[in-house]
Design a protein around this ligand. Structure first.
Ligand SMILES: [Zn+2]
Length: 643
C-alpha cells in the first residue's frame, strides 16, 4: 500500500480545504472557504468567535502552512449606511472620525480617525462591532491632509470589487496548482539595472514558475533599447508570468510597469501597502513630466489605474505563497516609504534568494535600518549605488549638525534658505529633522514653506505610520505631537501665496521641488532668492551632471531661466551655496559591507547590481576578498543559474 505524505496532500486545493474543515471547531460557523489571492479566506456567520480565539487560526496556519484570513459571510453584512451609523455611534467624539471606506471585495471597512489611540480601550470592542455590522473593522490613522492618491485607490478598488473577487479566486487557484516537477532548478535573467542605475528588472525562473522582479525605466536615456528593460530578450509572453514583485516605488523600479498592464498583463503585482500609492503618485507625475518636456508618455493614467486593481499588498515579514514553488517575504529596506528587501524561498527550501532592492543600512528619522534577519540565504543580490571605496558619507550626527549650522547662520543674518528637494522621501526626512531641532531649540525657530508634490507625498507617509521609524510611528499613532502636523509647516497651495515667503523681511526656510532645479515651483523661488547675498541655496540631494542644480553647485554666477511668457530671463547668483551629503536613502560603501557582514546564514554567492559598472565591480571584489565567497557583477542579458 502506498503511504500518504501529509505535506504533499496539503499542497492540493482539496487537501487544504478538507484539512481546514477537520481542524476547525463547530462554533466558528464557517460557511465558505475560498482563495483570496495568496490567502485562504474563511467566511463565517459569527466572526466574533474566531476573532476572539485567534489560536484557532494560528494552529491552522501551522498545519497547512498557508496564510489564512477571517472574512464575514456576505449574508450578515449590513448595508453600508446602516453599518456606518452603528460604527459612528461607537466612536468617541474626541477620536475625530474622518471617514470610512467599505471594500466590498473583502468585506472590510477602514475607519479613519485622527486620534486612533482613543479606540485602544475595552469600550471600543472591534470583534463585537464586526459581529454587529458584518464588516471587518480596520482602524486607521487619518492624515493631517487627506491623501488624494489613497482616495483614488479606494475609489478604484470599490468600483472594481466584483471583478477583483473573481480575480483573487483565480490567482489563488493558479498559485496552489500542483507542481509539475519535484526538482528545483532556479535561474535569474538580468533584464535591466545591472552595471547601471536605472530600469531595474529581472526574471526569476524555476521549472514551475516565472516571477518578474521590479520593472523600471532609465529616465536619463531616449533610445528604447537603453531606456526599458530587455523583456524582448527574455522571450516570454506576459501570460507566462506568475507574478510581478515590486521592491519600492521609485521610477527606476516601477516606471515600465504601467506599460505591461497596457499590453495586457493580467496577473498579480505584489508590493507593500504604501508602495502602491507611492508608485501611483510617481508614475502619474512621470506622465506630466514627459508632457512638459514635449515627449509622448509611454503609458496613460488608465494603465496606472489598472495597476491599482491588480496589486496585492503584503505586510512586512509575512510568508506568502506567490507560485506553486515560491514563497515571498518582504522586509524593511530603510530606503523610502514601503521599500522592501525581497526574500524568495524556492522549492521546499531548496534555494533561498534575497534581493536587497535599494537599501539603507542605517537609521534615519523616517525609517528603521534595513532588516537583516533572514533565516536562510544562499544567494544575495545587493545594490551598489555607492559601491566604490571612496563612497563614504558623513555620519547622521555629523550631517545633522552641519544642517543645523547651515540653517542657523543664514537665519541669524536675516536671510532665506531655499532647499530644492525631490518630493518623495528626502522632503519628509528634512521636515522631520527641522521639526525635531526647532522643537529642541537647537535650530532657530522660523516658518517653513513647502511647495510641489511634497504635501501629497507627506500625506501618504502619514497614512502608513506602521512603516515609519519606531519613535515617529509612536508619535503619530499615540500622541497629538505629530511632526507632520507641526505648526512650523505651511503648504503653498497656489502661486499667489508665494508672496508671503518672498516678502523682504520674512526670514524663513522654503522647501520646493524639483530637487535638481530642473523645473517645478523651486525655480520661481530661485529667481528671487539667488540674487540676494544674505540668502542661501542648500542642496541635500545628489545633483546629476548637466542639470541646473549641478551648474549652480559648481559656481556659475549667472543662469538663464524661462520666465512667465516664455521669455528668457537672466538670474544672478550672489547668495551662498551649500551642499550636504549624508541624508541619502542609500547605504554608503561601509554600510553595504556591514550589511553583508551582519547576515548570519552562510552565503554561497553574492551578486551585485544597481550601480555604475565600476562601483558594482568594486563592491563585488571587496565582498569576495573580505568574506571569501564567490561574487559576480552581471551585465544586462545574462542568464545565471542560481541552483
Ligand atoms: Zn530607489
Amino acid at each position: 500500500m502506498q503511504k500518504k505524505n501529509p505535506q504533499k496532500e496539503i499542497q492540493s486545493s482539496q487537501g487544504i480545504m478538507s484539512t481546514i474543515l477537520q481542524n476547525i471547531p463547530k462554533e466558528s460557523n464557517v460557511t465558505k472557504i475560498d482563495y483570496e489571492g495568496p490567502k485562504i479566506a474563511l467566511y463565517t456567520n459569527s466572526p466574533k468567535y474566531l476573532l476572539e480565539n485567534n489560536e484557532i487560526i494560528s494552529n491552522l496556519v501551522n498545519i497547512i502552512k498557508k496564510r489564512i484570513v477571517i472574512r464575514t459571510d456576505e449574508s450578515i453584512r449590513k448595508i453600508e449606511e446602516e453599518a456606518k451609523q452603528i460604527i459612528i455611534n461607537q466612536i468617541p467624539k474626541d477620536a475625530n472620525l474622518q471617514g470610512m471606506f467599505f471594500d466590498n471585495a473583502i468585506g472590510e471597512v477602514s475607519v479613519e480617525v485622527k486620534r486612533p489611540w482613543l479606540l485602544q480601550n475595552t469600550k471600543f470592542n472591534v470583534s463585537e462591532i464586526t459581529e454587529r455590522v458584518g464588516w471587518r473593522l480596520r482602524i486607521r490613522k487619518a492624515a493631517t491632509k487627506t491623501s488624494t492618491t489613497v482616495q483614488t485607490i479606494n475609489y478604484n478598488l470599490k468600483i472594481s470589487s466584483s471583478d477583483r473577487s473573481k480575480q483573487l479566486k483565480q490567482i489563488g487557484e493558479k498559485i496552489f496548482r500542483p507542481r509539475l516537477s519535484r526538482k528545483s532548478e532556479v535561474s535569474l535573467l538580468t533584464l535591466g539595472g545591472f552595471g547601471q542605475v536605472g530600469r531595474s528588472c529581472m526574471l526569476l525562473m524555476t521549472q514551475d514558475s516565472k516571477i518578474l522582479i521590479d520593472c523600471g525605466v532609465n529616465p536619463g536615456t531616449r533610445n528604447p533599447t537603453e531606456s526599458f528593460p530587455r523583456l524582448d530578450w527574455a522571450n516570454i509572453t506576459l501570460d507566462d508570468l506568475d507574478a510581478i514583485v515590486i521592491s519600492h516605488a521609485h521610477l527606476d523600479h516601477t516606471g515600465f510597469l504601467p506599460v505591461l498592464c497596457k499590453y495586457g498583463y493580467k496577473g498579480p503585482i505584489y508590493c507593500t501597502e504604501p508602495t502602491l500609492p507611492m508608485m501611483n503618485l510617481i508614475q502619474l507625475d512621470a506622465i506630466k513630466v514627459s508632457a512638459a518636456q514635449g515627449k509622448s508618455p509611454i503609458y496613460s493614467e488608465r494603465d496606472v489605474k489598472q495597476i491599482m486593481k491588480q496589486t496585492i499588498t503584503l505586510p512586512y515579514s509575512t510568508v506568502t505563497d506567490i507560485a506553486p514553488d515560491i514563497k515571498l517575504v518582504l522586509s524593511n529596506a530603510g530606503h523610502i516609504l514601503g521599500s522592501s528587501t525581497c526574500h524568495f524561498h524556492i522549492g521546499n527550501g531548496d534555494h533561498n534568494f534575497v534581493y536587497t532592492g535599494d537599501i539603507k543600512y542605517g537609521k534615519s528619522m523616517l525609517f528603521e535600518s534595513a532588516s537583516w534577519n533572514y533565516p536562510r540565504v544562499e544567494t544575495l543580490l545587493i545594490e551598489s549605488t555607492y559601491g566604490a571605496k571612496e563612497d563614504i558619507q558623513p555620519t547622521r550626527q555629523e550631517v545633522e549638525s552641519a544642517f543645523i549650522n547651515a540653517i542657523n547662520t543664514t537665519l541669524v543674518d536675516g536671510g532665506k534658505i531655499l532647499i530644492p528637494i525631490p518630493a518623495v522621501g528626502r522632503a519628509q526626512e528634512i521636515m522631520m529633522v527641522i521639526d525635531q531641532y526647532m522643537k529642541s531649540g537647537e535650530m532657530i525657530e522660523s516658518p517653513v514653506f513647502m511647495e510641489g508634490m511634497i504635501s501629497e507625498a507627506s500625506a501618504i507617509h502619514e497614512s502608513y505610520p506602521e512603516y515609519l521609524a519606531r519613535e515617529l510611528k509612536q508619535k503619530i499613532l499615540e500622541t497629538d505631537n505629530n511632526p507632520f502636523d507641526s505648526e512650523y509647516f505651511t503648504n503653498i497651495e497656489h502661486p499667489d501665496a508665494r508672496e508671503e515667503p518672498l516678502r523682504d523681511n520674512m526670514h524663513c526656510i522654503i522647501i520646493a521641488t524639483s530637487g535638481m532645479l530642473e523645473g517645478g515651483p523651486v525655480l520661481e523661488y530661485f529667481k528671487n532668492i539667488a540674487p540676494v547675498k544674505k540668502n542661501k541655496i542648500l542642496f541635500v540631494s545628489y545633483q546629476v551632471n548637466g542639470t541646473l542644480g549641478r551648474r549652480v553647485l559648481d559656481g556659475t554666477k549667472q543662469v538663464s531661466l524661462i520666465g512667465k511668457n516664455g521669455k528668457i530671463e537672466a538670474a544672478n547668483i550672489n547668495c551662498s551655496i551649500e551642499k550636504l551629503d549624508g541624508f541619502s536613502g542609500h547605504s554608503d560603501y561601509n554600510q553595504l559591507i556591514s550589511f553583508v557582514h551582519k547576515l548570519r546564514p552562510k552565503l554561497r554567492r553574492v551578486l551585485v547590481n544597481h550601480g555604475e559598472r565600476r562601483k558594482s565591480e568594486n563592491l563585488s571584489m571587496s565582498i569576495r576578498r573580505m568574506f571569501r565567497i564567490p561574487t559576480h557583477y552581471p551585465q544586462i542579458q545574462e542568464a545565471i543559474k542560481l541552483f
